[in-house]
Design a protein around this ligand. Structure first.
Ligand SMILES: [Zn+2]
Ligand SMILES: [Zn+2]
Length: 337
C-alpha cells in the first residue's frame, strides 16, 4: 500500500510504500476510495495538537470498501462501503463513555492523529466506529460528511438547533456561521432546509465565498468584521481564529450562544464583560459521538445536502493542505488514491 506520511510536524508529507497491515480482532482493512482533507489535518501537520503518533498517516474522512475483516467483526460485509470518522475508538469504561459522552472519553484514539488515517490506499479501522454508507452518492462527495458534516452537526446541536424546523419555533431562527468552509457549506443547507435564516461570515472581501454561501441558502453573507442585519439567536465559529469570538458575541442577542466548532483556535483576545452579559454563552465542541454520526447520516439525504469538492490525487496531499491553508478552496478538498 501507499501512504502519505507525516514524519515530523512542520515538514511536508512524504509518500511511503508499506506492506498492507492485517486487521486485528475487531478491525477492518479498508480499500480507501476517497479521504477528505480537514482543517484539523493542518493542525496535526503544523504541530498544534499535542502528542500525535509519529510517524502518522493523516486523514479522518475516509470512504472506502471493506477489504478484510479481523475476528469478531459483526454487521459489516466484504466489499461494503463504509466511512471512518475522527473518533477512532473509545475505552467504553470511563465516566464519559458510560454517560453517553464518548466524545470526551479519557482514553480515545483519533483517526489520522493517534492512529493512522486515510491519506493512503488502505487503512485499518476499529469496526465499531465505522459507519455503513449506502452507495447512493459519489465517494468523494460523501467524504466531507465524515468530519465537516458530523462535527458540524454536533456544533449545530450545541447551538440549540437539531431536528424539526426553525419555522416551528425550535432552536435558533437566525443562525450565524463564521468561516464558510467545508462544515459551514454543509450546515447552511440543513439550516436553510429547516427554515432557519443563515448569516454567513467570511474573510472580509471574499466575494466568492459570500456568493457561494448565498447559493447554498444563506440569506446574508458578509465579512466577519460586519454586523448582520438582525441580531443572531446563535452563532457557530468554524474558522480557527480566536478574534472571532468577541465579534460573534457582539452579533448574538440576549441569551444567545456562541459555539466554537474547531479543535484548535488562536488565542481569544480579552473583551469587555458586557459582551457576555445578559446570559450570552460560549461553548466549545469536542469530537463526536457515534450517535451524532447516525443522526447526521440519516438527515443529510433527507435535507438533500450536496457537497462541493475539489479532488486531488493522493500524492498531491501537500498541495491540498496548502490550498486549504490559503483559503483557495470552495467547499472541501478530497484525496483520491
Ligand atoms: Zn472512555
Ligand atoms: Zn476534521
Amino acid at each position: 500500500m501507499r501512504a502519505m506520511v507525516l514524519e515530523r510536524p512542520r515538514t511536508p508529507l512524504v509518500m511511503r510504500e508499506r506492506s498492507a497491515p492485517e486487521p486485528a480482532s475487531g478491525e477492518i482493512l479498508i480499500e480507501v476510495a476517497a479521504c477528505g482533507v480537514c482543517r484539523t489535518d493542518l493542525h496535526v501537520v503544523d504541530g498544534e495538537l499535542p502528542n500525535p503518533k509519529l510517524p502518522i498517516v493523516p486523514g479522518h474522512e475516509i470512504v472506502g470498501r471493506v477489504a478484510a475483516m479481523g475476528a469478531g467483526v459483526a454487521g459489516l460485509a466484504i466489499g461494503e462501503r463504509v466511512g471512518v470518522p475522527w473518533l477512532g475508538s473509545t475505552c467504553g469504561l470511563c465516566p464519559y463513555c458510560r454517560s453517553g459522552r464518548e466524545n470526551l472519553c479519557d482514553r480515545p484514539l483519533f483517526t489520522g492523529y493517534t492512529r493512522d488515517g486515510g491519506y493512503a490506499t488502505r487503512a485499518l479501522a476499529d469496526a465499531r466506529y465505522c459507519f455503513p454508507l449506502p452507495e447512493r452518492r459519489d465517494d468523494a462527495e460523501v467524504a466531507p460528511f465524515l468530519c465537516a458534516g458530523l462535527i458540524g452537526w454536533r456544533s449545530y446541536r450545541m447551538a440549540g438547533a437539531g431536528e424539526g424546523t426553525g419555522a416551528e419555533g425550535t432552536g435558533p431562527q437566525a443562525l450565524g456561521l463564521y468561516g464558510f468552509g467545508a462544515a459551514a457549506h454543509i450546515l447552511a443547507q440543513i439550516a436553510a432546509w429547516q427554515g432557519r435564516r443563515v448569516y454567513a461570515f467570511t474573510r472580509s472581501g471574499d466575494d466568492a465565498a459570500q456568493a457561494f454561501a448565498k447559493s447554498l441558502g444563506a440569506v446574508w453573507a458578509g465579512g466577519s468584521d460586519e454586523m448582520p442585519p438582525e441580531p443572531l439567536d446563535a452563532a457557530i465559529i468554524f474558522a480557527p481564529v480566536g478574534a472571532l469570538l468577541p465579534m460573534a458575541l457582539k452579533a448574538v442577542k440576549k441569551g444567545g450562544r456562541v459555539v466554537c466548532g474547531g479543535i484548535h483556535m488562536s488565542d481569544i483576545p480579552s473583551f469587555p464583560y458586557r459582551l457576555i452579559w445578559e446570559e450570552r454563552q460560549v461553548v466549545s465542541v469536542a469530537n463526536l459521538t457515534r450517535a451524532d454520526a447516525r443522526e447526521f447520516l440519516t438527515l443529510a439525504p433527507q435535507a438533500g445536502v450536496k457537497s462541493e469538492v475539489t479532488r486531488y490525487p493522493l500524492e498531491a496531499a501537500n498541495e491540498a493542505l496548502a490550498d486549504l491553508r490559503e483559503g483557495r478552496l470552495q467547499g472541501a478538498a478530497v484525496l483520491i488514491p
